[in-house]
Design a protein around this ligand. Structure first.
Ligand code: HSE
Length: 310
């Protein structure tokens, strides 16, 4: 067993509008880093967290890194001693898969430290156990693309059936992170328990359209499939300027826009990079007119997922 390993895990955009809880992709620009180090005494200790302004728990039963690593060790039936050091690169409560990135980086580092007893895909259930602690639901649409990179479809949860989708070379993403937080649990609470058959039909048509668009590299089809009748109409009420930003980015040349995960971050897809600056500018102007600051990032789609740094 190597003494210590550091790993990086990227930010992710879950749902991708029409794929509520079943679609997500990874981005390049942002992510978390976790260092896992052997210690003599058995048990998992979260030694330090930076970049969270003291808000995340060190308690190993509540910290997503520790919960994920404990699930991995339990599966292996091993009781060893590990120290965890978390460097948060992702803002909390942003909808960029912050809890997922911490858990996945910890798992990838631990797996390497132990000599890779698991393939990457096999780490998913451990990361999902951590998501359950973080937001009450063990959804996989952040952790799967975070681990594996690219666009990932969760065809089924029982049993887990994960499908990697192709990423068209010219597809780019912008994330718009307005300066406020939205808790995933609160953002899930506004969604209705039931939907009408007509809505289910619209939603399935768009998921199928998006998947077909990725396979066919049909950017127009990708753009017009970014429609969501399950979560967006309700979540948009929690996100100031949502419809105004959408109108502005579409007018500036975006293929489409939606809520990243549970929000408040929005994602925009573009063909190529030519319109990136004008889209960012158009979005900033709208946010400012609402008195809101925003961080806007351009990113390629990350096709690699989490990786060991050392
Ligand atoms: N699919 C989840 C949701 C993602 O929309 O609540 C949370 O990041």
């Amino acid at each position: 067993m190597k003494g210590e390993v550091r790993a990086f895990a990227p930010a992710t955009v879950a749902n991708v509008s029409c794929g509520f809880d079943i679609l997500g992709f990874a981005i390049d620009t942002l992510g978390d880093v976790v260092r896992v180090k052997e210690k003599k005494e058995p048990g998992i200790q979260v030694v330090s967290i930076t970049g969270d302004h003291g808000r995340l728990p060190l308690d190993p039963t509540k910290n997503t890194c520790a919960v994920a690593v404990q699930a991995l060790l339990t599966e292996l039936n091993r009781t060893i001693g590990l120290e965890i050091y978390l460097e948060k690169g992702l803002p909390l409560g942003s909808g960029l898969g912050s809890s997922a990135a911490s858990a996945v980086a910890a798992l990838v580092a631990t797996n390497r430290l132990l000599g890779e007893p698991f393939e990457k895909k096999q780490l998913l259930p451990f990361a999902m156990a951590a998501e359950k602690i973080a937001c009450g639901v063990g959804h996989a649409d952040n952790v799967a693309p975070c681990l594996l990179g690219g666009f990932v479809l969760i065809r089924d949860y029982q049993p887990l059936d994960i499908i990697k989708l192709p990423v068209p070379k010219d597809l780019h993403c912008i994330v718009l992170h307005p300066h406020f937080e939205l808790n995933t649990a609160d953002s899930r609470a506004v969604i209705r328990d039931r939907i009408a058959v007509t809505q289910a039909t619209i939603q399935s048509g768009n998921v199928a359209g998006l998947v077909a668009g990725l396979f066919q590299e049909d950017f127009e089809l990708i753009g017009r499939s970014l429609k969501d009748v399950i979560a967006e109409p309700y979540r948009a009420t929690l996100i100031p300027a949502f419809y105004q930003v959408k109108e502005a980015v579409l007018a500036a040349g975006a293929l489409g826009m939606g809520i990243s995960g549970s929000g408040p971050t929005l994602f925009v897809l573009t063909k190529g990079k030519d319109q990136i600056q004008q889209i960012l500018e158009a979005a900033r102007l709208v946010y400012y007119s609402f008195g809101l600051g925003v961080d806007g990032y351009h990113s390629s789609i990350n096709t690699e997922g989490a990786y060991v740094l050392d």
